[in-house]
Design a protein around this ligand. Sequence first.
Ligand SMILES: NC(=O)c1ccc[n+]([C@@H]2O[C@H](COP(=O)([O-])OP(=O)(O)OC[C@H]3O[C@@H](n4cnc5c(N)ncnc54)[C@H](O)[C@@H]3O)[C@@H](O)[C@H]2O)c1
Ligand SMILES: O=P(O)(O)OC[C@@H](O)[C@@H](O)[C@H](O)[C@H](O)CO
Length: 535
Amino acid sequence: MLRLSLNHISDTSAWTAAGVELPRFDIAQVKRNTRSKPEWVHFGAGNIFRGFVANAHQKLLDSGKADTGIIAAESFDFEMIDKVYKPYDNLTLLVLMNARGEFQKKVVASIVESITADKYREADYDRLIEIFEHPSLQMASFTITEKGYSLTGPDGHFLGIVEKDMEAGPVQPIHVMSIVASLAYRRYLKGRYPMTFVSMDNCSHNGDKLKHAVLTIAREWAKRGLVEPGFINYLEDERNISFPLSMIDKITPRPSETVQAALLEQGVGEMDVIVTSKNTYTAPFVNAEISEYLVIEDKFTNGRPRLEEAGIIFTDRDTVNKVETMKVTTCLNPLHTALAVSGCLLGFTLIADEMKDDTLRRFVETIGYTEGLPVVVDPGILNPKQFLDEVLQERFSNPFIPDTPQRIATDTSQKVGIRFGETIKSYIRREDLDPAELTAIPLAIAAWCRYLLGVDDEGQRLALSPDPLLETLQGHLAGVKLGDKVSGVRAILEDENIFGVPLYAIGLGEKIERMFYEMLEGPGDVRTTLEKYLK
Ligand SMILES: NC(=O)c1ccc[n+]([C@@H]2O[C@H](COP(=O)([O-])OP(=O)(O)OC[C@H]3O[C@@H](n4cnc5c(N)ncnc54)[C@H](O)[C@@H]3O)[C@@H](O)[C@H]2O)c1
Ligand SMILES: O=P(O)(O)OC[C@@H](O)[C@@H](O)[C@H](O)[C@H](O)CO
């Protein structure tokens, strides 16, 4: 039985016989190079990082175009490092699946160190500081989910840990944004060396969001005299520290037990899927689709790996902004969220199965083609219609991609403003369009509110995916049952922090409420409401 470790992959013939591609570079040498000349740290050691970003870098290592690896830093869920990085020598088995169900298997070894950004693990934390004090460091990248950048809670006030970090200064940070600010401060003190921070999360203007969060923390420290004013200038000056925008796209589902079982049949063992106590789904393998796009604003202050030679597009800010707007607000993520909440309500556990359902297919086609495309931003480098065609006809429909509505429904409160609010804003801006005429987007929002009830379309209890606002949102719907004609749904819909638009002022609030109450009438009425509006 093959087991993922540096020792085991040295038996190349056994892995090759199992159809697994192996790294073609000298891992020990790259590890030594990285130790003495660290160039790239990544925060958020999750699936997309291992399945896409690390694999892209491996292409450079394999072809001799890079000689240092990536250092994975985990600031939130330390169990991942302890359970799927260290025991497997930081290796990942990447499984890419095409629409015929064939696996392309590859060992990704470009992550050569894994570190917990845990102030109680001194050796790790000291190494992180050493890395940030090193002039060679070119970039820190991030896939920490949208909520990772959030410093405030539902009430608009700073989170408790953020307040503590602001009081304590750069010595003992807990929140990932404080950790980053504090490491940047060490770099500033050491030599004011330049570097670049690249957010690769699915949020609009991700680089700006990262910059805003890091600067907010730093400014609070400066106000309290805990850092010098020069540090703020250092962070603000784009010749020192840059925060490019990016757009990342590759459907990377949670590791699936079906894939684990198939790997076992193909002779690869010890691939257990782990759900950590912080609810991260992780495994020694990552399963993903083949399609991938990563577009990054080319604004690096201390050099960068030649990732363009691994298929990554570097371009100007305006183009990234457009391509990200196209994907996150129109052509992929809104459709995903609509399938997520409706799929959970209707008992689906696979996105591809939802695409076989006529009503749900019509639902996302209407959001994409009918409501999204008229206001889509055309980035020039990718054609929105072709991108949408590929999403709907190939990517979502691929039955071998084990993606679940439950994964995508995670943190929906953090995403609806971007995924639906931006299109609604475009309808408000355009004189020839009226947001009140929209149908499928309000239906998706109504379905999300109906989902928050925690009762599926058959009237059975529904376990909801984690969401930082879940308690508050469910509080508005407390005691509401099927058949009720009153509820606190209006309080949810009125919250402009969530949707980014005043739904009632633009004639959508009442419409969504109406749809919500129709879905609430009785068992089966989520489906009948969707059918009624999507005829
Ligand atoms: N999976 C995909 O299909 C995909 C595709 C494109 C973009 N993305 C982006 O990448 C993000 C991560 O996706 P993934 O598949 O790697 O998820 P994952 O669950 O495998 O990993 C999430 C990572 O974020 C960290 N994290 C979670 N909450 C955090 C917090 N509050 N503070 C700091 N770190 C936190 C976790 O510890 C983990 O390292 C997504 O939220 C999205 O923005 C994902
Ligand atoms: O990762 P999230 O939580 O922002 O969103 C869930 C999915 O919509 C997302 O991961 C997509 O799979 C991804 O954006 C495809 O590129």
